[in-house]
Design a protein around this ligand. Structure first.
Ligand SMILES: C[S@@+](CC[C@H](N)C(=O)[O-])C[C@H]1O[C@@H](n2cnc3c(N)ncnc32)[C@H](O)[C@@H]1O
Length: 256
């Protein structure tokens, strides 16, 4: 079997067995409380997301999300009237995303699919959204090329990868604290220049570094205490302009 397909199979297996952010959930998997826990945690940790992505701007547009996970951001698209399709390699993720939508009585299409080989025709979607997925796939360049192919001319890709020069990567190495999903078959980080290169097929690309420290619910002990009480406060006193390039999430807004 082809090397890429073997790696895709391992990635699929890994994400079939794990649910992103499950550690913070207090309600049984698949219940309304479970999805609310995930959303509350996500939008606290990613407090920038709804500021830089206007989820109300896609009413009536065809939106494809690659790697939709449990469908947390998907809800924001669908609630605001987008014609939403979510795909993921993981059957577990797709089943959860479907459940999330049915509990909220939202309409959307979900399929288990490889984002590196999309089963959609050219120029079908207005928006492709890929948040926290390119860094976990076998060949991110292939996924970026597939996103470009299925976008209409003038359509937009909104994507996020981890910043190799981001504060969290630097801290994780310095304090020897592992990153989440460091055991995944693939976990890549990119510089701004590498991310721009990956998206060089697009006519216009803007990269915005985001995701600065917020208090962690995951780490305890002395390291967790110092992080929450000293580091987060001190870091956020520094004017953003000076630390902007060290944002952990590189958000790309790219036009076909
Ligand atoms: C860290 S989770 C992020 C999920 C969601 N986007 C979020 O931000 O909460 C990564 C997701 O990417 C999916 N994924 C990885 N490679 C993929 C691929 N080639 N095609 C589709 N989904 C993929 C995984 O199955 C997993 O659900």
């Amino acid at each position: 079997m082809h090397e890429n397909q073997l790696l895709i199979d391992r990635i699929s297996e890994y994400w079939n067995e794990r649910i992103h952010d499950l550690e913070i959930v207090t309600h049984p998997v698949g219940t309304a409380g479970f999805f609310n826990d995930l959303a509350a945690y996500r939008f606290d940790k990613l407090n920038y997301l709804q500021r830089v992505v206007d989820f109300t701007a896609f009413k009536g547009m065809k939106v494809l999300e690659i790697g939709c996970g449990a469908g947390i951001d998907a809800v924001l698209f669908a609630e605001n009237g987008a014609d939403y399709t979510g795909i993921d390699l993981s059957r577990t993720a797709i089943d959860l995303a479907k459940k999330n939508f049915s509990l909220r009585k939202l309409k959307g299409t979900f399929r288990v699919m490889n984002g590196e080989a999309l089963e959609y025709r050219n120029e079908l979607f207005d928006v492709v959204y890929v948040h926290g997925v390119l860094q976990y796939t076998a060949d991110a360049g292939k996924m970026a090329a597939e996103s470009l192919r299925v976008l209409k001319k003038g359509g937009q890709l909104i994507a996020m990868v981890y910043n190799r020069n981001g504060w969290l990567n630097i801290m994780s190495r310095f304090f020897k604290v592992g990153l989440e999903h460091e055991d995944a078959p693939v976990l890549d980080k990119y510089t701004i220049a590498e991310f721009k290169e990956m998206l060089s097929g697009f006519s216009r690309v803007t990269i915005v570094p985001e995701r600065f420290p917020v208090k962690s619910r995951l780490h305890g002990g002395l390291k967790g205490f110092l992080f929450n009480t000293v580091f987060v406060g001190l870091f956020n006193l520094i004017p953003r302009g000076l630390v902007r390039k060290s944002g952990w999430h590189l958000m790309a807004f790219a036009v076909k």
